[in-house]
Design a protein around this ligand. Structure first.
Ligand code: GUN
Ligand code: ZN
Length: 461
């Protein structure tokens, strides 16, 4: 932390009321790191940023209402704006709020379930937990807990599975709105190969999705998602009904799972012997398109990757889940070579953390096992702007003028190893690599969603 900087503001704190920023322009001061494009020219020298990524050791992020006004070096921007109220967060690293492209809201209590791979894990732990959401009080309370945990991890945008029960999606949207979060969700469709409590006839799932569109689509930051769980959970009738709904709503987001686990892939091959591949079942139903997100994509071949790229569908890379459930290793180089869109997913409760930092740490290890080193600039992009673009969400994941003011302040936190590592160098990009290797939600010092502070201590004089 610098002690020799000029005074930060003529009226630093008087402008804040009840801990919330003033209505006019104000600023956050701290180290800044953000992506404006996919990074190119990544090198092992983490003191310099690749093209597409910006860093300032002493930066200023000017905000008004729910929007970013500008970002740049603190002294120059402060000189141009005398008297600007400043929330001084020097010592922390400010990055855009994280984007989780695949997570299950009802599965926070499924995390750390022992001893199973995907299909057993679904039956033993996941389906029974989701069935508990038939109780609306439980669905409301657990949805609120999920959203609080998401924010505490610094995630301000998420595409999430709800449960089959329509009230779960409604509580998630209402809770996200109250917290300023950008949430994409919808009722899960499943009508076979699960417990009777979770079986819903396709016409009923279609009606629930349509009602949610009517109530929430276009309201604030809410976006409804058509959510067939995965091929084995859906009869041919369910997939056909889904296909019709997707065709009738060409802008609707879609989310599902594909090619996560070898036994699952074999099961789908038996269910759809006429399809060339698991992914092709979705293609036959018109469910691959921009805004359609497929979690895992581990057992895809080159033709599948071409199909992902040609249709504009997105792969959600979920390394924590893929390791915990013993599913396999996602091949980012194959996805990139084909030109497919990729986002990062926690996949809680298959994944073991809602923290994008922890998920990036797992991503680094999964890729290093395959001889692919995930540069911190690529990690940052994947967890912020890259995820937002993969989901087709404008004004999200960056600090460009006009972007929504979603910001996380990351600090070295209590971990003594990370504190030591942080002190060795001062480059924001190097600090981000230390955080994605050694950090987690304990490193969230504060979070702002849509310009309002939601987590952390209020500004200090
Ligand atoms: N495939 C179908 N449902 C699920 C789920 O809830 N989690 C994961 N990881 N894979 C799935
Ligand atoms: Zn999942």
């Amino acid at each position: 932390m610098s002690t020799s900087s000029p005074p930060i503001s003529a009226r630093p704190l008087a402008a804040w009321s009840d801990g919330q920023p003033p209505s006019g322009p104000w600023a956050l001061r701290g180290a800044l790191l953000w992506a404006e494009a996919a990074p190119t020219g990544c090198s092992a020298d983490l003191s310099t940023c690749p093209t597409g990524v910006h860093q300032h050791e002493d930066g200023l992020l000017v905000i008004e209402g729910d929007k970013i006004i500008e970002a740049g070096p603190a002294e120059a921007l402060l000189a141009a704006r005398p008297g600007l109220p400043v929330d001084d967060r020097r010592g922390a690293l400010l990055v855009p709020g994280f984007v989780d492209t695949h997570v299950h809201a009802p599965q926070i209590d499924v995390t750390a379930s022992f001893g199973a791979q995907l299909l057993d894990w679904l039956e033993r732990y996941t389906f029974p937990t989701e069935a508990g959401f038939a109780d609306e009080g439980r669905a409301a309370a657990d949805s609120a807990a999920f959203l609080d945990l998401l924010l505490a991890a610094g995630t301000t945008t998420a595409m999430a599975f709800a449960t089959v029960h329509p009230h779960t999606s409604a509580h998630l949207f209402a809770g996200a709105e109250a917290r300023g979060l950008q949430l994409l969700t919808g009722p899960v469709w499943m009508d076979q190969h699960g417990p009777p409590a979770l079986m819903v006839p396709p016409a009923q799932s279609a009606a629930a999705t349509a009602a949610l569109i009517e109530a929430w689509q276009g309201r604030g930051r809410a976006k409804v998602v058509l959510t067939p769980r995965f091929v084995p959970s859906c009869t041919r009738e369910a997939l056909a009904t889904c296909a019709a709904m997707a065709a009738a709503h060409p802008d609707l987001h879609i989310q599902s799972h594909v090619a996560e686990n070898r036994a699952e892939v074999a099961w789908v091959a038996a269910l759809f012997p006429e399809a060339r591949s698991y992914l092709e079942v979705y293609a036959r139903h018109g469910l691959l398109r921009p805004g359609a997100v497929y979690a895992h994509c581990i057992y895809l071949d080159q033709a599948d990757w071409r199909l992902m790229a040609e249709t504009g569908a997105t792969a959600a890379f979920c390394p924590s889940s893929n390791l915990f459930l013993g599913s396999g290793l996602f091949d980012l180089a194959a996805a990139r070579a084909a030109g497919a869109r990729v986002g990062l997913g926690s996949d809680v409760g298959g994944g073991t953390s809602l923290s994008a930092l922890r998920t990036l740490g797992d991503a680094y290890k999964v890729l290093n096992l395959q001889g692919q080193a995930l540069h911190p600039a690529e990690g940052l992009h994947l967890a912020t702007l890259g995820g937002a673009e993969a989901l087709g969400l404008p004004c999200t994941g960056s600090f460009r003028a006009g972007d929504t003011a979603d910001v996380v302040a990351l600090s070295p936190g209590p971990n003594p190893l990370l504190r030591r590592r942080w002190g060795l160098r001062s480059s924001p990009l190097d600090h981000f690599f230390a955080l994605m290797t050694l950090g987690d939600e304990a490193n969230t010092a504060a979070v702002w969603a849509a310009g309002q502070q939601r987590v952390g201590a209020p500004p200090t004089p």
